[in-house]
Design a binder for this molecule. Structure first.
Ligand SMILES: C[S@@+](CC[C@H](N)C(=O)[O-])C[C@H]1O[C@@H](n2cnc3c(N)ncnc32)[C@H](O)[C@@H]1O
Length: 212
């Protein structure tokens, strides 16, 4: 049995060895890649661990999470959004099939969750990490969403916020200081603030908070 397991692992590694290594850009890794200079920059920032449960709230079509799945293993991902035109199983499965060109099998699992404007509808106390990639500024009901996300994190869970100036007239921009003030008012402690204008972005910042 142990031998069989070792052989399977070796074959899995060997199979992926022959798959092409994609260039690190938003085309394969999704918009989240625009916040990072390299794969290592991204991995250092998120500090993913096998066995974690990670949600991207406001994931769009879920492409970011498929991109992360090229770089991580054995993570349960919740792909969450309020818009079922962009986030739906049919489209997600097509994106997943495309990404398998670069890694097959994917060892992460994915559950799609359709939320509401004021509530994520993620299970309470379920997430080690929640990511908001270009989504914080989109919340119409900021206080409700922040209180909701706090409940969805496990004790000691982390919230990651990636933002840059959004030029759409209908959207509100928050400076890093504004975002920190709002998020801390909901029971989070700031762990890290960094980021610089790369990939054509303006006012790019990256924040990491921990649930108190
Ligand atoms: C600018 S897009 C960012 C998509 C993706 N995260 C990315 O990095 O490209 C913002 C997303 O937030 C979603 N959104 C807006 N309000 C939301 C809410 N209250 N809960 C969950 N998602 C929300 C929108 O539907 C949209 O898909």
């Amino acid at each position: 049995m142990k031998l069989l397991f070792t052989i399977s692992l070796a074959l899995f590694g060997l199979a992926n060895y022959f798959l092409p290594e994609p260039e690190f850009s938003y085309k394969i890794y999704g918009n989240m890649a625009n916040f990072f200079e390299s794969k290592n920059d991204l991995l250092d920032f998120f500090e993913f661990n096998k066995g974690e449960t990670v949600a991207e709230v406001g994931t769009g079509d879920g492409k970011n999470l498929l991109g992360l799945s090229l770089l991580t293993d054995s993570i349960k991902f919740y792909a969450q959004d309020i818009n079922t035109k962009t986030l739906n199983q049919n489209h997600f499965d097509k994106l997943k099939a495309k990404i398998k060109k670069y890694k097959d099998p994917l060892t992460n699992t994915f559950e799609l969750v359709t939320g509401e404007e004021k509530r994520s509808l993620l299970p309470d106390n379920s997430c080690d990490k929640i990511i908001l990639s270009a989504t914080f500024h989109e919340f119409t009901y900021m206080n409700e969403m922040m209180a909701d996300l706090y409940k969805k994190l496990k004790p000691g869970g982390k919230l990651y916020v990636l933002e840059s100036v959004c030029f759409s007239k209908t959207h509100k921009n928050y400076s890093a200081e504004d975002a920190i003030q709002i998020i801390q008012a909901h029971g989070f402690n700031l762990l890290k603030k960094d980021g610089k204008d790369i990939n054509g972005a303006k006012g790019l910042y990256r924040l990491v908070f921990v649930k108190k």
